[in-house]
Design a protein around this ligand. Structure first.
Ligand code: SAH
Length: 343
């Protein structure tokens, strides 16, 4: 069976190279080309033709086909990529003052089934390989220089934990993209055992936790994961995470009209996070037709924000980007696979 070179970490690539009787420096060359997002061995111009042929007999590279590329009026770019097996994923590039941030998918579909999200409408198809995650960054980086990465696209990264770790290792390797993990965020809906495992690694990345409700009653209604690991268990894991890593956690809170946006919810949230190394990101929910949730009014968003702020919580309201190109999680993939129209 051919080996997927894009999904090996650097040490595994070195082993592959030495098992094939090649000098060690070849592993550095190959690793660098993969980080540059090449789509074939033929683009590896410092490697002889005969060696490229040998490589393609024994191994392959992960290549993403650009099925669609949509550019929003606000500059947000969304790619719909087709994978080798015909599955689709989405990758989004957002421009901020500090540079381009790329939002990558971690799975094809999702099995977490959050009530407002389009990504799990058809369940989980499969995990992405580490190479497929790296290729999203590397492919985008060929067109737009990428300065930060958020693993917040389709899928639950902590449900694909082992591949995420290889991806993080490779993206930060100085021989490749050399991205500091301080510029990488990983978002989870609250898979507690994996948060605890990740804490032990003391990585410098930013952990985002999709909280979306401050009490079990509300959270159970919109996030089935809460029935497995409830708020108390999740917050305990988060406190442990900040103690182990000394890194602030970013809590995502999607404001949904009449579901989780009352003053009472805001007060409960402030009590829950009191004294914690935390930041709250408020996001008006993106309307997904099949889900039927509506965003809170600007007045209620303001009220929620003020309630948190006056109680000493670090809070920001996230700008909505790319709404004209279905940039909300999983919407474009879902439309494409359902034969729907885009924009
Ligand atoms: N599974 C991970 C990462 C992917 S989702 C997680 O849950 O964190 C990325 C973020 O988008 C999460 O905070 C998720 O709750 C949020 N999200 C999903 N659907 C949304 C929608 N329709 N509107 C606003 N945010 C949404």
């Amino acid at each position: 069976m051919k080996i997927d070179l894009s999904s090996l970490n650097f040490n595994e690539l070195k082993e592959f190279v030495s098992e094939n009787g090649l000098p060690a420096y070849r592993s550095e060359q190959i690793f660098r080309w993969i980080a540059r997002g090449v789509s074939s061995f033929d683009e590896m111009t410092d490697i002889s033709k005969s060696l490229r042929e040998t490589l393609s007999e024994k191994s392959y590279l992960t290549v993403l086909q650009t099925e669609k590329k949509l550019v929003s009026s606000d500059g947000t770019v969304k790619y719909l990529f087709t994978l080798a097996d015909g599955e689709h994923i989405e990758t989004v590039v957002m421009n901020y003052e500090h540079g381009n941030s790329v939002c990558i998918s971690s799975q094809v579909g999702c099995r977490m089934n959050c009530a407002f999200c389009a990504s799990s409408l058809k369940g989980l198809k499969r995990n992405l390989t580490a190479g497929e995650m790296l290729a999203q960054v590397a492919t985008v980086n060929r067109e737009y220089s990428v300065s930060s990465v958020v693993v917040m696209g389709i899928g639950e990264p902590m449900d694909n934990y082992d591949n995420i770790l290889v991806f993080l290792d490779n993206i930060s390797n100085p021989k490749g993209l050399a991205m500091s993990l301080r510029h990488v965020s990983v978002s989870t809906c609250g898979v507690v055992p994996k948060i605890n495992e990740l804490a032990k690694k003391k990585l410098q990345l930013t952990l985002s936790v999709s909280l979306h409700a401050p009490d079990n009653e509300t959270r159970n209604k919109i996030m089935p994961v809460n029935r497995k690991w409830n708020i108390e268990t999740l917050i305990e894991a988060c406190r442990n995470y900040t103690e182990e890593t000394k890194r602030r956690i970013s809590f995502e809170y999607t404001l949904i009209k009449d579901v989780n946006d009352s003053v009472n919810h805001a007060e409960t949230l402030a009590n829950l996070l009191r004294g914690m190394l935390a930041h709250v990101n408020l996001i008006p929910v993106n309307y997904v037709m099949e889900r039927g949730f509506y965003p809170s009014s600007p007045e209620n968003i303001r009220r929620f924000f003020d309630t948190l702020k006056s109680r000493g919580i670090n809070v920001t309201v996230r700008r909505t980007l790319g709404s004209d190109i279905n940039a909300a999680c999983g919407q474009l993939r879902h439309k494409t696979e359902s034969g729907g129209k885009n924009i």
